[in-house]
Design a protein around this ligand. Structure first.
Ligand code: AMP
Ligand code: ZN
Ligand code: FE
Ligand code: FE
Length: 302
């Protein structure tokens, strides 16, 4: 892989005239992105993307408005979601693609999960207060707005209050996974998350395996029903991408890639930094159709 090219685009593909590109991991302000769906679509169009997947944490509210905004550009929106599962005290993020995002049972489940996120912010704020950190839950909710509230909002609030010098420092010092002020989310096993996505006719994909840092668990996730792995990401150097490409081929997994853009929530706007060829979208679509066919009762979501 030539590092000068966007991740996911090999020089061979560039020469062979691949013209359509996708970003398969994007957040909106319905979770912890800072962009509205309309802003996401506008920026994605500017960056030359033909398709983007809206993958908010525990929310599907950004999908319909993104689709409406994308119409005028002829851009495709892939309905997605990013669920958090937990195992061995690890956070495992599982992406779902081409899900039936209008399913009522799923919306009900997401509401419960988001409710738990609210309680978790109060719990983390309490812990921080006991440790002498002067932060208020309302300040966090002011950052998050009505969407799924999370640690990035808390980190931004800590930064806004001048308690930390950066968002990164907020995670490092106060709310990282290993921190005593960290509180877990709604408990879902990887298998439960995978099963939900499959029930929605979607394709379950393991997000950011490098962040998880437990390649030894990948075979287990495959047993749980994972169908793909996020190989192309901005933090993946070429040999990391090669390693995951090999694991994908070893386990018969689809390969995906995305910027995981959070708007300006993590500093630099990452949209456009990862461009995967449109053939990846087609492969996901085909897999979703297979899953839907196996589910029988779910009509294709497109
Ligand atoms: P939550 O779902 O509330 O636990 O928050 C997860 C969000 O925090 C995701 O967007 C992560 O990428 C982000 N996050 C976790 N650790 C860090 C970190 N050290 N620096 C910046 N963002 C982080
Ligand atoms: Zn996020
Ligand atoms: Fe994630
Ligand atoms: Fe994400």
């Amino acid at each position: 892989m030539n590092p000068a090219l966007p991740a996911g685009q090999s020089s061979k593909e560039r020469k062979s005239g691949v013209k359509k590109f996708a970003d398969l991991h994007v957040h909106t302000f319905h979770s912890d992105g800072t962009f509205t769906p309309e802003e996401v679509v506008k920026v994605a169009h500017k960056k030359g993307l033909s398709a983007i997947a809206i993958t908010d944490h525990d929310s599907v509210d950004g999908i319909t408005p993104s689709m409406a905004a994308a119409e005028k550009y002829g851009m495709e929106i892939i309905p997605g979601v990013e669920l958090t599962a937990e195992e061995e005290n690890l956070e495992i993020h599982i992406l779902g693609y081409f899900i039936d995002w209008k399913a009522e049972w799923f919306e009900d489940k997401l509401k419960k999960i988001r409710q738990a996120r609210l309680g978790r912010i109060y719990a983390m704020v309490d812990k921080l207060k006991s440790a002498g950190v002067d932060i208020d839950a309302e300040k966090v909710f002011k950052v998050s707005g009505p969407g799924a509230v999370g640690r990035l909002h808390l980190a931004i609030a800590l930064y806004n209050e001048g308690i930390t010098a950066s968002i990164n420092e907020a995670f490092r010092k106060y709310i990282g996974n290993e921190s005593p002020h960290y509180v877990r989310k709604y408990k879902l096993t990887p298998k439960e998350a995978v099963d939900m996505i499959i029930k929605l006719g979607g394709v379950p994909v393991l997000a950011h395996p490098r962040v998880l840092g437990r390649d030894d668990l990948i075979a287990r996730f495959v047993e749980d029903g994972i169908r793909g792995i996020e190989v192309y990401r901005t933090e993946h150097v070429p040999n990391v991408m090669t390693r995951y490409e090999e694991m994908a081929s070893q386990h018969g997994l689809l390969i995906t890639g995305g910027s995981d853009c959070h708007g300006t929530g993590k500093g630099e706007v990452l949209l456009g930094k990862v461009k995967v060829p449109y053939s990846f979208v087609e492969a996901l679509k085909k897999e979703a159709d297979n899953i839907k066919m196996q589910n029988e009762n779910i009509p294709p979501a497109r």
